[in-house]
Design a protein around this ligand. Structure first.
Ligand SMILES: Nc1ncnc2c1ncn2[C@@H]1O[C@H](COP(=O)(O)OP(=O)(O)OP(=O)(O)O)[C@@H](O)[C@H]1O
Length: 220
């Protein structure tokens, strides 16, 4: 079975500036890795390239064995929507919709029925301890609750790959640790491969694999 993600000799350059180069990485099904590195080392850039939000300056990106580097933007978007989920430091929920609807939307866009989307969204939100918050709007939720809704939204379409950029970085330490543990157990239950960029070494050490970017190279 193919890897979920293969990066082959991937570079990121901005003009004369090289952020990283010749970066190789494989991530198998259900494998979770933390990505450490100083500010500006290219952690977010790496997630954007792996998530097909940006093209690399050189090298190849394979998702589930498919080389995406030569695909059109439209084809890359189709893979991203169906196979990749994102969680960011800020939740980016739509303020006018309930928690339930925010989670359902990607599944509705993917063409599933209202009923199927509602069932799956309810199940995910319940597993994240938000069964009593389904009809709340984002303004009626705490920071940790909003972030849990964003996690459910990222997982609703059963992605093969989840890319998380400081997913609990905006929360106080106690909430961050609680939300992170829920997040990790759900990621493991769903069998999704994940890369999580973080500055928090304590959170990184909870993951089975630690990667870091240092001197423009990937280690680990
Ligand atoms: N469009 C751009 N043009 C030029 N340089 C850029 C551009 N986007 C990002 N950079 C530079 O690329 C480097 C890597 O940025 P990136 O956001 O990936 O780092 P990071 O490791 O995620 O940092 P942080 O931990 O602070 O979030 C930074 O030095 C940034 O200034």
């Amino acid at each position: 079975m193919s890897n979920v993600l293969d990066l082959r000799s991937v570079d990121r350059r901005y003009g004369e500036l090289t952020i990283f180069e010749s970066l190789d990485l494989t991530l198998g099904r259900g494998e979770a890795a933390a990505l450490l590195g100083p500010s500006g080392s290219g952690k977010s850039s790496l997630l954007h390239i792996a998530g097909l939000l940006e093209r690399s300056s050189g090298g190849e990106v394979l998702i589930e064995g498919k080389n995406t580097s030569k695909l059109s933007d439209r084809q890359r978007t189709a893979i991203r929507r169906s196979r990749i989920g994102f969680v960011y430091q800020f939740h980016h929920l739509l303020p006018e919709f309930t928690a339930l609807k925010n989670v359902m939307i990607p599944m509705l866009i993917a063409g599933h029925t209202e009923k199927a989307a509602k069932n799956r969204a309810t199940e995910l939100l319940e597993r994240l301890g938000l069964g009593e918050r389904l009809t709340h709007q984002p303004a009626q939720l705490s920071g940790g609750e909003k972030q849990r809704v964003a996690i459910a939204r990222a997982l609703i379409n059963k992605p093969a790959l989840l890319l998380a950029d400081e997913p609990t970085g905006n929360l106080d330490q106690t909430t961050s640790s609680r939300v992170f543990d829920l997040f990790l157990s759900l990621v493991q239950d769903e069998g999704v491969a994940m890369i999580m960029a973080t500055h928090d070494v304590t959170l990184a050490e909870k993951l089975p694999r630690i990667l870091s970017i240092s001197d423009r190279r990937l280690i680990g």
